[in-house]
Design a protein around this ligand. Structure first.
Ligand code: NAG
Ligand code: NAG
Ligand code: NAG
Ligand code: NAG
Ligand code: NAG
Length: 341
């Protein structure tokens, strides 16, 4: 209910697989007494006086935000505009939640979000932004712009944000050209979600700190040679629902020891790509694979050389159990799940 708990929750979740999570945006119960300066439309819990909850009340405007508020919840309203001056009393705002409104980029006036020098979270999903707002806070740790109409993220927009760990950009119209230089120098970045966009290739210049890269549901045909070698921490790579073909997968591109999960499902691969023995989950369902190349999973099979794969999905290909080579069980000795159909 309160930001403190959500911070803890977010921290815990981001340590785990982190697939589909959301913050706990529950507003305080209506019966709870409100702090005296609270905007009358909203709710400021007396035992958490720095939070103001104004979510889900059909607001068309941003209400007066009293001095002292640090966590502002405005999601699920009908707000179309961020007028000059609305945050003048709260330039040290930490969290600004604007998800599910109707805000367009041309209605964000200057002297609003760009004045919030201490902002840590900007949650702006499901609005109508066609370009990101100007961000001046070097303290940002999370930005979320899912479900807008962004085509580019200008290089320099995020520069110097040393604590930025999470960037959600799914369901926009981002192109590969539109992301040139966008993520440069973000030393703490751990999660970058670019799924459901218009990328033709994976972005270059991704920080080496990245743990999770999601680029499923794009138009990616190939992966640059050595791409993963530049991401030594990467554990989760999602590339399902793209246009990957064998010729777009350079030899050894996935042979890196950090990777735990690789999702290549719903592409046009004809062979099982070469992977590292450290990989634990490999998703290849709905491709065009017709032979089982055990050699790409285990180069060497011995008491000490075997694949760490726990799950392998091959359903929706041209393979059955009968394609599994005899020595597969030695190589795949840890696989508890091998799915053919
Ligand atoms: C700022 O605070 C003052 C005093 O509480 C209030 O009168 C004014 O309307 C506030 N301004 C905004 C933009 O919220
Ligand atoms: C959102 O804004 C547009 C104009 O920009 C308006 O036509 C539309 O009705 C608004 N939608 C809602 C749900 O308020
Ligand atoms: C980044 O986080 C660290 C540790 O919490 C903090 O000391 C530092 O001031 C932050 N940097 C910025 C620019 O906010
Ligand atoms: C992966 O790379 C290592 C060297 O880093 C090499 O010994 C190994 O044979 C490669 N694995 C595959 C499956 O090609
Ligand atoms: C076989 O396992 C040994 C010991 O774990 C390791 O040093 C070596 O690189 C492995 N060889 C291959 C080809 O993976």
């Amino acid at each position: 209910m309160f930001p403190v708990r959500s911070v803890l929750l977010a921290g815990l979740v981001s340590l785990c697989i982190c697939q589909y999570y959301d913050y706990d945006y529950e507003p305080a119960a209506q019966s709870m007494p409100s702090a005296p300066n609270c905007a009358q439309e909203c709710n400021c819990p007396i035992n958490f006086p720095t939070a103001m909850y104004c979510d889900g009340i059909n607001l068309k405007y941003i209400p007066i935000v009293p001095t002292g508020i640090k966590y502002l919840y405005l999601q699920n309203n009908l707000i179309e505009e961020i007028k000059a001056g609305v945050f003048d009393n709260v330039t040290d705002l930490r969290w600004l939640v604007l998800d599910n409104n109707n805000i367009t980029s041309d209605k964000i006036q200057s002297g609003t979000i760009d004045k919030l020098g201490k902002l840590e979270k900007l949650l702006f999903s499901y609005n109508k932004l066609n370009k990101p707002p100007v961000l001046k806070s070097k303290s940002l740790d999370e930005v979320k712009f899912i479900g807008n109409r962004l085509t580019t993220l200008p290089s320099g927009l995020l520069s110097g944000m040393e604590n930025l760990t999470t960037i959600h950009l799914a369901k926009n119209k981002l192109t590969s050209e539109g992301l040139v230089g966008a993520f440069k120098g973000l030393k703490s970045l751990m999660l970058l979600d670019l799924s459901e966009n218009k990328l033709k290739k994976l972005p270059a210049g991704i920080p080496a700190s990245l743990l999770m890269l999601y680029a499923d549901n794009n138009d990616i045909e190939s992966i640059p040679s050595g791409y993963l070698a530049k991401l030594p921490e990467l554990q989760y790579l999602r590339l399902s629902h793209n246009k990957l073909v064998d010729s777009g997968i350079p030899a050894g591109v996935f042979n890196v020891t950090s990777l735990l999960e690789l999702d290549l499902s719903f592409n046009k691969l004809q062979t099982i790509p070469e992977i590292n023995e450290a990989l634990e989950h490999l998703y290849l369902q709905v491709n065009e694979i017709s032979k089982f190349d055990l050699n790409n999973i285990c180069k060497v099979i011995s008491p000490v050389n075997y694949s760490r794969l726990k799950s392998l999905r091959l359903d929706g290909n041209e393979l059955t159990h009968s394609n599994l080579p005899d020595d597969a069980s030695t190589c795949l000795r840890q696989a508890s799940e091998i799915v053919f159909d």
